[in-house]
Design a protein around this ligand. Sequence first.
Ligand code: FE2
Ligand code: FE2
Length: 396
Amino acid sequence: MSEHSGKMVIGLYGGSFDPVHRGHVRVARAFVKQFKPDKLIIMPCRMPPHKEKSDGGSDELRFRMLSAVFAKDKKTEVSDFELKKEGVSYTVETLRELKRRYPEAEFMLVVGTDMFLTLREWKEAAELLSLATPCVYARGDSAEETAAYAAALERDFGVKTRYIKGAVDDVSSTELRDKIAEDIGVGRMMPRAARKLIDAVGAYHSETYRLEVYRAESERSVERKRFLHILRVEKAAIELAEHYGENVFKARAAALLHDVTKRKSAEEQQRMAEEFGIPGAGEFVKSPKVAHAFTAAGYAEHRLYVDDPDILDAIRYHTTGRAGMSRLEKIIFLADGIEEGRTFAGVDEIRAAAFEDLDKAMLISLEKTKEKIDGKGAYLHPYTAEAIDYFRNAAK
Ligand SMILES: [Fe+2]
Ligand SMILES: [Fe+2]
């Protein structure tokens, strides 16, 4: 129970935390110090995957950073409630859920000045303000405006705004992202635990920095021979991407990570499939050679926090192919098959076709795979069978 009221007091501090910075930490700690709540829940909100831009962090990464930063703050917990919820999350819905879990509690909503000044426009503002007391951390230059807004809220909704004292949020996430994207040191703008995490996986950093991380990750994970193959796939992927006007960064990222889990044992592939929630992992037993493509995509998503679905799909389908492949998927599939170290019978035909017509090259390559599999009496992955039908139809 809180020291100054008979009721349990719970603070809710939501935001995108993209990325978490010094200002967030100051606000959270000042709130806990001043209001002595029983609990402060930090709630990162869901954001769409970064398909076109690549300057933000994935949902999972933002959650991990917050968890690392607040690991030692006993009263503070980071919740993935909104991250796990489908669709847009609204604070009123989150508060309803919290009320259901803690029916006796009193809620305080931690908000910055800019957000506070829009509270009336939030979804179901009247109910929201009946569920929680706004707790605002004010910028010095907006004290009057904030006070006037608070007075109007009290008049219209009977809610008394509280102020978090001494919490200055002087860091802008946008400015911080711009600095990291240029690989400029951000010093103490970002808490150490969060900075360590993004530096290790390359998130928010420049494309050059990220590619270095992905290359190093592959080099560390596979044997030398395989790593040299990966570098040749990167080279072929660049050539194809440039030839077809595809995004070269995405092609390089997918190429560098496509075989990152190739060295792992069958048991390890199964374990990763479970951990990453890979659908269709039951197929791994029947066609063990395809497992690494799915686990490599899982590894990229959950270990390196790659959240670009184009890159992830190009990794995921580089061995089986699939019906309706994207141009990037075809480029990675083919780059893997035609890199300059490949010498199998018929490779020159696929090589020439790849620069002429991706679909034609895909069909030749897939039919060769099928021939080989049929010859051995081995199992043909359903995605490959579907891909063959798809490219046969495309050729008609
Ligand atoms: Fe592979
Ligand atoms: Fe490969």
